[in-house]
Design a protein around this ligand. Structure first.
Ligand code: FES
Length: 148
């Protein structure tokens, strides 16, 4: 919690205001996500107080964006594979790919598999993203090679 309080304090100093404007909430959440790799659930009240908004408002913003992870604790995952589930990727066999990925990489392991909806790489479906790098025409063997 100290790291979150430090981030809020830095924002307060930078903006020269004890109560942070709501327009800075997303930037603050991004800073927390970058620092901790997740948004701790128990930080919602602290953030709501710092921005003088309701906990529901903070929760709504955190849960709206797929890249913000609201969790109790950091995950064990060292790598995150984001696999597109949208129409073009569905038509090119992403369901089969997901089954192969889920059997190759069990839950709560070092590889986390997340479903996302369109990576903007539809022409090269199925698409996946590993560590912010997007790949097209992906297969289980290609993903295994990339993670090796
Ligand atoms: S539908 Fe999969 S990248 Fe767009």
């Amino acid at each position: 919690m100290q790291k979150i309080e430090n981030i809020i304090e830095q924002q307060q100093k930078a903006l020269n205001s004890q109560v942070l404007p709501e327009s800075e909430l997303l930037q603050t959440l991004i800073l927390i996500q970058q620092e901790l790799s997740y948004i701790p659930k128990n930080s919602i009240s602290t953030l709501a107080e710092a921005f003088n908004i309701s906990r529901a408002d903070v929760h709504g913003v955190v849960t709206f964006y797929d890249d913000l992870k609201l969790q109790d604790a950091p995950s064990n995952a060292k790598k995150i594979i984001r696999v597109c589930q949208a129409e073009a990727c569905q038509s090119m066999g992403v369901r089969q790919l997901m089954q192969e990925l889920e059997s190759a990489y069990p839950k709560d392991g070092e590889i986390s598999i997340e479903k996302v909806y369109c990576l903007g790489n539809c022409a090269l479906a199925p698409a996946a993203m590993i560590d912010n790098q997007c790949y097209g025409n992906v297969s289980i063997s290609q993903i295994k090679n990339l993670l090796a």
